[in-house]
Design a protein around this ligand. Structure first.
Ligand SMILES: *Cc1c(COP(=O)(O)O)cnc(C)c1O
Length: 394
């Protein structure tokens, strides 16, 4: 077991996160099997690598052959730049403050451009520091989030072409508006058609991009026609299915009733902090949300909503102790919560507690959190605090 980058502190944190190198390798291999040989896999590591921890995760991905990383802000690009151990490319898909443009260009970091003004600005800055700005033109295809309006495309292309001394036209891209849900397919099909039409327009204009990229995890796993020259994969890389629709589609195509090509990379653990007896009819923790229906034994867990264990798991979630499920009783507090261990003999202070992951023959999936707390997979993991130490394990 290996703690990466962040120095070990003198004292222990209340929990730990372990990242599995072998699970990640399997996920990368599976994703690679879905794209053609020339297609670049860009690992999306926004939101602290979906909560996995950029400083630990990025070198792990590099070990699996990943050399392209996508983030949502210049701040995250800075974090990735500190973490890379190879000559990897970094690409900003979201917020890039004008004040950061110089730093971004100077470090060879690529970025999405979705308005014409940004092209002008980038060219100016690039000329000033004598380095090319590397541009991915994000075009509007119907998502109506960020995206260059269609009627600005020709103007943008002529600007790019005229200023190719300072601007490199690396990519043409878009993002699908809910491709993980088959009910949105009517929208997605239109987006794909629009993208292809606008790509043709760049060819007609005589200045096509080096790369076309549109696919997130769901698109990569389920819609091969979207994978093109590069895919931007987050969710699947971490071993999570983007949605039940995409998983079911996979089973249908493979003609299987069960298949597990993706493997959860993250495990979250802590230890029992305290054990006590509670008499029948007593209340547990704050307020009156849990009253003991019988004499019980409970364990106190040193984790709360401030650590990313959602308050909506009050009286609903469960953890694993000695390989058995222990249900949460009472409210999730800021730093602790309680579980019922009446059915688990011999639990002691210091016993390992698994919040997410496997223990003996039982496992708690990240998906189960979505079911309990009405959040989506990515919401839960992306909120795991940066302060929890991350360890790389085999
Ligand atoms: C987050 C994001 C992705 C990755 O999405 P996943 O579904 O997690 O694979 C790809 N492209 C853009 C623009 C994104 O914001």
């Amino acid at each position: 077991m290996e703690l990466q980058v962040k120095p070990e502190t003198k004292v222990r944190h209340s929990s730990r996160i372990e990242l599995s190198q072998s699970a990640l390798k399997k996920n990368v291999d599976f994703i690679r099997s879905k794209v053609s040989d020339h297609t670049i896999i860009s690992a999306v590591v926004k939101a602290n690598a979906y909560g996995h921890g950029i400083s630990t995760f990025v070198p792990m991905a590099e070990k699996c052959g990943i050399r392209h990383f996508a983030v949502a802000s210049s701040y995250e690009a800075w974090e990735v730049l500190k973490a890379v151990t190879k000559d990897s490319t970094i690409m900003i898909m979201g917020i890039l403050h004008p004040e950061d443009l110089e730093w971004v260009i100077d470090n060879g970091i690529e970025f999405f451009v979705f308005d014409f003004e940004r092209l002008r600005e980038s060219c100016e800055t690039a000329l000033k520091i004598g380095k090319k700005a590397i541009i991915h033109l994000e075009i509007e295809t119907g998502g109506n989030r960020t995206g260059l309006p269609e009627d600005h495309l020709v103007k943008a292309l002529s600007f790019l072409k005229k200023n190719r001394k300072c601007l490199e036209f690396r990519g043409l891209c878009t993002h699908y508006a809910g491709i993980e849900t088959l009910a949105n397919q009517f929208r997605i099909i239109k987006q794909i058609q629009k993208f292809n039409e606008l790509h043709e327009a760049t060819q007609k204009f005589g200045y096509p991009p080096e790369l076309r990229h549109t696919a997130c995890s769901a698109a990569t796993l389920a819609f091969p026609e979207t994978t093109m020259d590069m895919v931007r994969v987050g969710t699947a890389l971490y071993g999570l299915w983007p949605s039940p629709d995409i998983y079911n589609l996979h089973l249908m195509r493979e003609n299987k009733i069960k298949d597990h090509p993706l493997h959860r990379v993250l495990t979250w653990k802590t230890r029992v902090m305290h054990v006590k007896q509670v008499s029948k009819d007593d209340f547990v923790g704050y307020g009156t949300s849990f009253q003991a229906p019988r004499n019980m034994r409970i364990a106190v867990i040193p984790i709360g909503y401030s650590n990313g264990y959602d308050r909506s798991l009050s009286n609903r979630g469960y953890v694993l102790i000695r390989g058995k499920k222990a249900p949460v009783v009472g409210l999730i507090n800021m730093n602790v919560f309680m579980v019922d261990i009446s059915a688990i003999p011999d639990v002691e202070v210091g016993d390992e507690v698994v919040l997410v992951g496997r223990q003996k023959n039982n496992a708690i999936s990240i998906k189960s959190f979505s079911e309990f707390s009405n959040s989506i997979n990515n919401e839960f993991v992306s909120r795991l605090p940066d302060a929890i130490p991350r360890y790389r394990v085999r």
